[in-house]
Design a protein around this ligand. Structure first.
Ligand code: ADP
Length: 496
C-alpha cells in the first residue's frame, strides 16, 4: 500500500520516467488533434458564410435589376408615370426571395425611407446606417453577426439606363438572413469531429500506456535484477542487454560489485590475520601459566623466569595493538588526519638514530648518518618519525652481527630523499612485492623472535602515500637491502 502511494506520488510529481513518457506522447498526440478540430470547424463556418453571402448577393443583384427594369422604386414613391411593370409581380419576387432565404428584405428609397419591408413593420421609417450610405455610393456590403445569428447584406438598386451616366442608385435592398442552416451544419460537423477526437484521444492514451511501458521496461528489468542481487539470490548482476544504456549500467554495477566483494574478502582476511596475531601471544601466556600451575614444586627462580616470558608476550601483544591502531588511524587518508608543519628533517633523523643506536650496539651493527644539506620540509612530524624508525629498526633487526646501516639525506628544490641501506639478510625476490602487506613476513618465526609485528612496512607505505611521496625497495638475498623514500618539501593538499 505504502509502495503504491509512493509510486502514485512520484507519478503526480512527474518524477517517474514512465509518467513523463506517457505525458509527452499524450500531449504530442492530443494537442494537434484538438487544433485540427477547432480550425476545421471555425474554417467551415467562415467559408459557409462567405458562400452564402455571395449566393444571396447574386440573387439580390438579379432582383435589383428586375426592380430597376420595372421602375419599382418610382412606382412606390408615386413618381411612376411611366411605370411599365406590375407592383404585385415585383412584390411577389421580393416575398419569394425572403422566404427562400428565411430572411427579411427592405427596399430603401433615395431619401433613406423604407419603401417595402417583407415583415411589414418598418415601412415609412427612415434607416440611415453606415452600410446603407455606403451602398448608395455603389458598394454592396455584408456583415455577419455571429452572436445574434444573422447576416446583413446591402445591395444597390442601380439604374444603368438612366440619363446622365450609368449607375444611378435608385435605392438599396437591405437584407437580413438567418445563419441557422450554417450553424446547424457546423454543429453536425463539430459533433462528428468531437467524436473522432475522443476516439483519437483514447487510442493515443492507450498507445502512450503501451509505449511508456515498453520504453521503461529495460529499466524495470534492471531494477528487478539489482533487487535480486540485493536480496542475495545472485552474486553478480545478470546484464540487461535490451539497450546500450542498461548494458553500460549493468557493466558498471558489476565492476562495483566485484570491487566490493574483493574489499569484503580482504577485510575478512585482515580480521582473520589480526585474530591469529593476537591469539599467538595469548596462547604462549596460557602455556606458560598452565605449566607453572601444573608444577607445585616450582621454585621462585622458575616463577621469575616464567613471569619474564609472560611479560615479554604482553609487550608483544601491546606492540601489535599499537601498530594496528596506528594503521587503522592512517586508513582515514583525509587531510585532517595529517598535520604538516615545517620540520627539520636532519634533526628528526638524528633523534631517531640516537634512540635506535642502543639496539644496534647490542647487535654490533654500525649505524652511520650522512646528510648533504639542511632540509626543512612540511611534514607530519609524528608520522615521519615512525617511518624513519620502522625503516632503520628493520635495517638493524634483519642484519648480521658486525653489519652496517647507512642512513643518508639529500634534497633538490622539490623533494627530499631518505635512503636507508643495510648489509643484512636481504629480501628474496618473490617476497619483494608482498613486504608492504599487513602481517607479511619473509620469515615468520624469525620476525616474531625479534619482536616484529609484520605491520611496520605497511605503516611506512601509508605514511609516504599520505605525504604524496614514493618508496622504492631494492634488495638482494644475503647481501642487503636499500629503501629510498622521496617526499615533497612542501605539502600538497588533496583536491577537494
Ligand atoms: P616486521 O614487524 O616483521 O619487521 P615489517 O612490515 O616491518 O614487519 O616487515 C615485513 C617483512 O619484511 C619483515 O618480516 C622482514 O622479513 C622483511 N624486511 C623488512 N625490512 C627488511 C630489511 N631491511 N632487511 C631484510 N628484510 C626486511
Amino acid at each position: 500500500m505504502t509502495e503504491f502511494l509512493s509510486n502514485l506520488k512520484s507519478v503526480i510529481r512527474l518524477r517517474s520516467l514512465r509518467a513523463r513518457i506517457f505525458l509527452i506522447i499524450l500531449v504530442l498526440g492530443i494537442v494537434p488533434c484538438i487544433l485540427v478540430r477547432v480550425t476545421i470547424v471555425s474554417d467551415y463556418e467562415s467559408r459557409a458564410v462567405e458562400t452564402r453571402v455571395s449566393a444571396v448577393q447574386n440573387q439580390l443583384t438579379i432582383t435589383a435589376n428586375h426592380l430597376v427594369a420595372n421602375k419599382y422604386i418610382s412606382a412606390l414613391t408615386g413618381r411612376a408615370d411611366d411605370y411599365t411593370g406590375s407592383l404585385d409581380v415585383m412584390d411577389a419576387e421580393i416575398e419569394m426571395l425572403s422566404n427562400v432565404y428565411e430572411g427579411r428584405i427592405m427596399i430603401i428609397g433615395g431619401n433613406f425611407k423604407v419603401l417595402k419591408d417583407t415583415y411589414g413593420i418598418s415601412e415609412g421609417k427612415t434607416i440611415i446606417s453606415e452600410e446603407v450610405i455606403k451602398c448608395f455610393q455603389g458598394v454592396s456590403t455584408s456583415y455577419y453577426d455571429k452572436n445574434l445569428g444573422y447576416i446583413e447584406l446591402t445591395t444597390p438598386i442601380a439604374d444603368t439606363t438612366a440619363e446622365g451616366g450609368s449607375g444611378v442608385i435608385r435605392g438599396v435592398m437591405l437584407t437580413s438572413i438567418s445563419d441557422d442552416s450554417i450553424i446547424s451544419m457546423a454543429d453536425v460537423l463539430g459533433n462528428n469531429a468531437f467524436i473522432l477526437e475522443i476516439t483519437i484521444i483514447i487510442l493515443v492514451a492507450a498507445l502512450a500506456v503501451i509505449l511508456s511501458r515498453f520504453l521503461v521496461s529495460p529499466i524495470t528489468t534492471l531494477t528487478g535484477r539489482i533487487n535480486a542481487v540485493k536480496a542475495g539470490y545472485n552474486n553478480l548482476l545478470e546484464p540487461v542487454n535490451d539497450c546500450t544504456e542498461t548494458e553500460h549500467i549493468s557493466e558498471s554495477f558489476n565492476k562495483l560489485l566485484t570491487r566490493i566483494n574483493a574489499l569484503d574478502e580482504s577485510r575478512g582476511e585482515f580480521v582473520a590475520n589480526v585474530s591469529h596475531e593476537l591469539k599467538t601471544p595469548m596462547a604462549s601466556m596460557k602455556v606458560l601459566s598452565d605449566s607453572l600451575l601444573a608444577s607445585p614444586d616450582a621454585s621462585v627462580e622458575d616463577y621469575r623466569e616464567f613471569m619474564e616470558d609472560i611479560t615479554s608476550q604482553i609487550d608483544r601483544e601491546n606492540r601489535i595493538i599499537t601498530d594496528l591502531l596506528a594503521l587503522v588511524k592512517m586508513d582515514d587518508t583525509s587531510s585532517q588526519n595529517l598535520k604538516p608543519v615545517p620540520t627539520d628533517i636532519n634533526e628528526l633523523t638524528e633523534l631517531v638514530l640516537k634512540r635506535l643506536r642502543s639496539i644496534a650496539r647490542k647487535q654490533n651493527v654500525d649505524v652511520t648518518f650522512e646528510t648533504k644539506r639542511k632540509i626543512i620540509a612540511e611534514v607530519d612530524e609524528v608520522k615521519i618519525t615512525s617511518l624513519i624508525t620502522n625503516l632503520v629498526e628493520n635495517a638493524i633487526k634483519y642484519n648480521h652481527e658486525n653489519g652496517w646501516v647507512r642512513v643518508s639525506l639529500d634534497a633538490d628544490h622539490q623533494d627530499f630523499k631518505l635512503t636507508v641501506e643495510d648489509s643484512g639478510l636481504g629480501i628474496p625476490e618473490e617476497s619483494l612485492a608482498h613486504v608492504y602487506e599487513r602481517f607479511y613476513r619473509v620469515d615468520k618465526s624469525h620476525s616474531r623472535e625479534i619482536g616484529g609485528t609484520g605491520l611496520g612496512l605497511a605503516i611506512c607505505r601509508k605514511v609516504v602515500l599520505m605525504h604524496h611521496g614514493t618508496i622504492d625497495l631494492t634488495s638482494k638475498e644475503g647481501e642487503g637491502t636499500r629503501f629510498v623514500v622521496t617526499i615533497p618539501l612542501s605539502y600538497i593538499a588533496d583536491a577537494k
